[in-house]
Design a protein around this ligand. Sequence first.
Ligand SMILES: Cc1cc2nc3c(=O)[nH]c(=O)nc-3n(C[C@H](O)[C@H](O)[C@H](O)COP(=O)(O)OP(=O)(O)OC[C@H]3O[C@@H](n4cnc5c(N)ncnc54)[C@H](O)[C@@H]3O)c2cc1C
Length: 554
Amino acid sequence: MADYDVIVLGTGGAGLTAAVTAAELGARVGLFEKGHTVGGTTVYSGGMIWVPLNMHAPPEKGDSREQALAYLQALSCGTIADEMAETYIDRGPEMVRWLHERTPVQFYAVADFPDYHPEQTGGLPQGGRSLETPLFPYGELGDWAGRVHISPYYPTYHLTIGQTTLGMAVPEPLDPAELQRRAENDERGMGLALGGRLLKACLDRAVEPQTDHRGVELIVEDGEVAGVVFETPAGRREVLAPNVVIATGGFERDEQLKRSFLRGPCTHTVGIDTNTGDGLKMAMRAGAMLGNMREAWWMPMIEMPTDIVSTGQQLLTYERTLPGTIMVNRTGRRFTNEGANYNAFGAAFHEIDTIMGVYRNLPCWLIFDRVWLDKYGFAGGLGGETKARTDWIISSDTLAGLAAKLGIPADALVETVERFNRNARELRDPDFNRGWSAQDQWWGDPTLRDGTPRASLGPLETAPYYAIQVFSGALGTKGGPLIDTRARVLDLDGDVIPGLYAAGNAAACPLGMTYGGAGGTLGPAMVFGYIAGRDIAERVAQRSAALAGARGAA
Ligand SMILES: Cc1cc2nc3c(=O)[nH]c(=O)nc-3n(C[C@H](O)[C@H](O)[C@H](O)COP(=O)(O)OP(=O)(O)OC[C@H]3O[C@@H](n4cnc5c(N)ncnc54)[C@H](O)[C@@H]3O)c2cc1C
């Protein structure tokens, strides 16, 4: 007799969604987590999901199935199978509604947040596809409130839009009375709200995570999945179930796997420490075909003192999009639109100089001046009330002096800044078109948004000048076992491995290399977690019916 109908590995967005779905539809779910606390990278995050045609999108946003499909295909560079994109577009809205009607997992539309490539075919400059999660009172989790880890990257009691950095530069300070109210009620926001709500939905169905359980091996009998071997503090433990969902996150914390598979450097990551590719290795040993292995959710990152950010690193999202900054490479030249979406930076970071045979744009630096610093304050992605100290930032009274400190050619840096300033004063960027896209304008200074590049373009001309090194990082990887439209893992011949499912960053992302808009990673993670949960529940029901039939016949 199996211990469960399904074992779910991992308590991030993908795993929790699979667990709650399967449990709601009658399956006996065993939910296991390698870490001592739960929530994965998901609770570190902004908690947004990108789902075209969702029930919350105001009708005037004017989305359609054809537009959404055209958008994904246009961005995919051939990395998406048609049926996977269609499944995402069709099942995403179903998942949002299903969770909305049955669980505390609620969302609302983020007004006007443009897609990440809004001018691309099928893109929406007017937004409507990105959803965020309302605050969630952690008291509802009982003892589990203290077993969800806190995000080192975002404030605990803020929502995404307007109160931190994601999609909103120059954040409005939160009313102190409201902040105090939230703290007293322990109402957490962003990824903590999403993770908390998903966890509550599981607990409501008597699905309690078993922590300190690291899945290391699939038990396979006669070609079918039959359970998982775990490493626990008490030793190895075998747990039996005819279905397993691998939702163990990416392999961003394993140097060898990154070296083996990723298309370029990924020296920094904000993925949780436990995401070391265990699920990938389990699937490989079971004969799974792999997909999307070169890709990650790319992110420019910086290093900061640990008394500002405990992990010593931070995402570089909004500062580079504000007017008065540029980024330069080792030749002292700009190399891309600094206001582009973070994932797109992967392409710039991984460009090779064909003559010198090195990465053309690594190392690179963010450059700004005193006026910029006085106006915006370098908060290192933390936003809100945090105006970080700046003694860790390289500075000089002249651009030439700054170049000397960085070891880059002074004349080139001076020339680059002069050219940028000349054009910026005229609100043009003939080199990289910065500020043209609706996405640059959204992420730029909201007080300067007027439909021109002004929100993102402005000169840097007042000493002292500052520089911060920027690294090629990622939120997480997104390659893994190849799955079909039912989230079932496929083997090397394209056949289903019976009982094996994968979702989230542990799987080959069904949306290939695309990052459609804010929430583009948790969207597919949750939708395919949901699909896995439903498929498993059906499989369980069919088995029960077959067993009952056999008993009846006997
Ligand atoms: C600061 C920040 C902001 C972000 N904002 C957003 C956003 O707003 N929207 C968005 O879409 N994405 C966002 N992301 C990215 C997003 O958080 C991740 O892509 C997403 O959480 C991945 O979900 P997952 O369920 O696949 O993996 P995770 O959430 O990482 O969960 C994987 C879990 O599996 C566990 N695990 C690993 N190995 C094993 C094993 N062997 N056995 C059992 N358990 C195991 C891990 O401990 C972990 O708990 C952000 C990320 C960060 C860091």
